[in-house]
Every structure is written in C-alpha cells, then in structure tokens.
Design a protein around this ligand. Structure first.
Ligand code: Q46
Ligand code: ZN
Ligand code: ZN
Length: 319
C-alpha cells in the first residue's frame, strides 16, 4: 500500500476517501479537514482565542495539536472528575502534552473547587455517573470559556461520535436533541459559542494522527462508561461502515444538509432562560441543575473565575 500523494509506504488507508497516506501526508490531510470544517461551518476567525476541552484522550489532544499546527491561539481546559486511577492517568497525559508543547492550560478540579467528585455526585443526586458528569462538564466548560474571555469553546467530538449520537437521537426520535446536533452552537445569554472542528475526521484517523505525531494519550475507557448506549450505536455504525465505506459521513452530513433545519423550528418554544439565583448561569428558574447537584453532593456552589491560564509547562506543571 502506497501513499496516494508521494508513493512512499502508506501507514493508513482511508477507504471512504479511496486514499492511503504516509505519516506526513496523513497529518496534512487532518489539518486540511480541520481547516475545512472551520471554514465550511464558519466556526471562528483566524485570530480567535480558542479554549479546547481536553480529557487526555486522543481526540481532544489531537484537536489541540492540530489547532496549534494551523496557527490558532488554542488554550486547553482540563476538568478533574475524580474518577480514581482513570482520572489520575488522564491528567498525566494532559500534563505530558503541555510540557512537550509549551501550551497554556486552565485546570479545574471538581473536588478541590466544589467539594465533590463524579462517583459521589452521581450517588448523592441519584443520577447515572455519565449524567452527573455531562451536567458538570457542560456547566464548567461554559463558565470557564466565558470567564476566561475566550471567543469559542472547542470539543474533540469526531465523526464517529457525532454519527453515533445522531443515530441514537433518530432511533428514539429525540427531537429536542436533534435540534441541537450542530457542529456550531452560537453564543447566547450565559453560553459561549461552541464548535466541533473534528467532525470531518474519524476516531481511527485521530488515533493514527496521535501515533504519527508522538502524542501519548489515555487509551483506557472510563470505568463508568459500562452500559453507555453510545458505544452500542458506534458498534452498529462500524458494522455498516465496514461494508459500505462513507456511510457515517453520508448519514451525518446528509442530516445537516437536508433535515437539521426541520428540528430547529419544531422545538423552538420561545421560552427565555433566567439566571440561576446562586451562580448566575442560565436556567429555567430558581437554582440551576449544577448548583442543585453540588448542594446534594455536600459541596459548595461557587463561581469559578478563569481569568488566566492556571498553569504553564514552563512553570513546572500542566497547561
Ligand atoms: S468521563 Fe464522564 Fe464519559 Fe466517564 S462518567 Fe461517563 S461521561 S464515560 S465521556
Ligand atoms: Zn506521502
Ligand atoms: Zn447555578
């Protein structure tokens, strides 16, 4: 198998593009795909300050690396979830990346800042761990982006993630979620602009990018993901993709092109959010779901101010 561009030995074949690439040309392909997503969906301007939510996994670290390679001012945001050894290892991977690339990192630890971690928060609030985790991430990603004055919050959702979420939402006709399934969500009162620059790239392409570029990432799955339906949707789509390359991209981009608008108008009830009486985040009234979760978990709802990177690799720590 030879690289489609230079005819040197290829490291990866991309059946949906009918192409194969060596390391150098795979990296170039990934940069081109990210830039194309940013341009096609009008994600952000060349001089934007971008906050990248990083978990230590391949997608978010590859995204940060790609944005830096494309010349963007990309800062990382790491949220310590307190999920035992998994979180410890995740953080180590983020810190190793920041040390290697001298990039700025904002770090928030749930236990240190709010007095709870995901296992205890889930138990106290009678939510599933992923529900408590998702709620915490959404709230703190939003507040970190706004408080830090960033133009946009970027997450490492790739094509496989987006196709799997779409599949689940269609399977159960979750019209409200379908309305929000966009690669760009505009800023609103209390919400930052949110973008997904990896929507044109697959999980496998991101893993290859990390290996080629020497990015050491967290390989283990979160121990709390057992029973997560998202994984079953991914497996189902992988079976279809292997028999019909390009199906995932057709499914996802076809939805954006032909159907997404329908759900936006169908679910717009015109109700305006009001500020949470404790933290000021937008909610439907009273205290927001995050403040209620923190309170039930015995912690202290508070405002996190993220005015500047908390650590830099040149100060002997993560960024
Ligand atoms: S980290 Fe959190 Fe995931 Fe673990 S608890 Fe669930 S949502 S599975 S991306
Ligand atoms: Zn090549
Ligand atoms: Zn609140």
């Amino acid at each position: 198998m030879k690289c489609t561009v230079c005819r040197e030995p290829a490291l990866i074949d991309l059946r949906r593009h009918n192409a194969a690439f060596c390391g150098e040309h795979h990296s170039r392909f990934c940069r081109d795909q990210v830039q194309r997503a940013i341009d096609d969906f009008d994600m952000f301007a060349p001089d934007a300050r971008v906050l990248v939510a990083v978990s230590g996994g391949k997608d978010s670290l590859a995204l940060w690396h790609l944005l830096k390679a494309l010349g963007y001012d990309a800062h990382g945001l790491y949220l310590g979830l307190g999920i035992g050894e998994y979180s410890d290892a995740s953080r180590d991977h983020v810190l190793a990346f920041t040390d290697a690339h001298d990039v700025p990192l904002v770090e928030i630890d749930l236990l240190d800042t709010f007095g709870y971690d995901i296992p205890t928060g889930a138990q106290a609030s009678r939510r599933t761990p992923c529900s408590a985790c998702g709620l915490s991430k959404r709230h703190l990603f939003d507040s970190a982006a706004l408080d830090g004055g960033f133009d946009v919050l970027a997450t490492g959702h790739n094509l496989d993630d987006e196709a799997a979420v779409l599949f689940g939402n269609v399977l159960h006709w979750q019209t409200e979620y379908l309305a929000r399934q966009q690669p760009v969500l505009p800023a609103g009162a209390g919400f930052p602009r949110k973008v997904k620059p990896l929507v044109r790239l697959s999980e496998r392409e991101m893993a290859a990018y990390c290996i080629i570029n020497g990015i050491d990432y967290q390989v283990d799955e979160c121990p709390m993901s057992a029973g997560n339906r998202h994984l079953a949707y991914k497996e189902a789509l992988n079976g279809i993709e292997s028999r019909s390359p390009g199906s995932k991209a057709d499914f996802y981009f076809g939805f954006l092109r032909s159907a997404a608008d329908v759900f936006q108008t169908a679910t717009d009830d015109g109700s305006e959010p009001v500020p949470c009486e404790t933290c000021g985040a937008p909610c439907s009234g009273g205290r927001c779901a995050f403040c209620r979760l923190v309170e039930r978990a015995g912690g202290e709802p508070t405002m996190v101010r993220v005015d500047a990177p908390t650590r830099r690799s040149d100060q002997g720590g993560p960024t």
